[in-house]
Design a protein around this ligand. Structure first.
Ligand code: ATP
Ligand code: ZN
Length: 285
């Protein structure tokens, strides 16, 4: 039977999170990531451990059917693959940075300047659209030292907290694009593999919805229920169950993580009591 071949990063910032995602999807993997490839115990899946830079190519040519990597690498490699689903981890941005003592005006500052980067295609496209002429120095890594050694006037690189830039005497002057880990797929996978991919995606989406939501339960006097219902969005509408104590009910609902504290504040104002908040492991719509 066909197995779905997934490529994930062998060792690096996305490795652990990629394995954790598979595990949250109930997929058990027999070995650690020391080998080049391994098989899932309870799902028709083969896992290939690769450098993230190589994943777009392997997915394009079908050595792997799907892959997990940063969007930044997908954009840079410009391979013919489908971006299927954003995964909510590996968040970062690609930014322009210059030595911290330089006075920055606007993007025109970069006209005629040399910029070091591992993302030459993304950068060239960006400045091309803006009509600004820059000289791009392509580096495989350690881009942040390029200005210090006189190779470039500025850099274009991944930033998450900005501490690496600071340590190298640089300041971020333009955040160009945001990136996160994504699932990509080969454009011509067969029907069996497509069905496996659909099963995997179903699980990934249930997990993503779960971590983005909280289950809340509270008690309230019946007269407050209409107000509470108007505050709580819920999946359909809140469930309202009578309590043993006359005139009181228990209200159950799901709240999105980003609206959570606003909802709690509003509930306190309408006599909701004993509010319990629980994590949701998976959410199937
Ligand atoms: P490989 O050996 O696989 O080529 P790498 O050195 O290119 O590894 P990592 O540094 O492990 O890659 O980063 C992998 C991905 O993690 C990046 O392409 C990016 O999408 C994401 N990422 C998130 N935050 C950061 C960060 N602070 N620095 C670098 N990458 C980050
Ligand atoms: Zn890489």
């Amino acid at each position: 039977m066909d197995k779905l071949k997934i490529a994930i990063q062998k060792s690096g910032r996305l490795s652990e999170k990629s394995l954790q995602l598979l595990s949250e999807c109930g997929i058990k993997i027999s070995n650690g990531n020391r080998k080049l490839k391994t098989e899932a115990k309870n799902f028709p899946m083969e896992i290939l451990f690769l450098r993230d830079d190589d994943i777009p190519q392997y997915v394009e040519n079908g050595v792997a059917d799907i892959g997990i990597l940063g969007e930044n690498e997908v954009w840079e490699k410009e391979k013919d693959v489908d971006e299927i689903e954003k995964l909510g981890f590996g968040n970062c941005r690609l930014s322009l940075a210059i030595p911290k003592d330089e006075v920055y005006t606007d993007l025109d500052y970069f006209n005629g300047k040399r910029i070091a980067t591992s993302y030459p295609k993304i950068l060239k496209k960006y400045f091309g659209v803006k009509g600004i002429d820059v000289k791009i120095e392509e580096l495989g890594g350690s881009v942040e030292i390029a200005t210090g050694i006189g190779l470039a006037d500025g850099i274009f690189d991944i930033v998450s907290t900005g501490s690496t830039l600071l340590m190298n005497g640089l300041k971020e002057v333009e955040a160009i694009i945001k990136s996160e880990a994504v699932l990509i797929a080969n454009k011509n996978i067969n029907e069996t593999k497509q069905q496996l991919l659909d099963r995997l995606l179903f699980r990934i989406r249930a997990y993503k919805r779960g971590i983005g939501s909280k289950y809340i339960v509270m008690n309230a006097p019946n007269k407050s229920i209409p107000k509470i219902c108007s505050i709580l969005p819920g999946m359909k509408s809140p469930s309202v169950l009578p309590l043993a104590e006359e005139g009181w009910s228990s209200v159950h609902s799901v709240v999105q993580e980003d609206q959570f504290w606003d909802v709690i504040d509003a509930l306190k104002d309408v006599e909701a009591q004993g509010i319990l908040v629980m994590n949701i492991e998976k959410m199937i719509l």
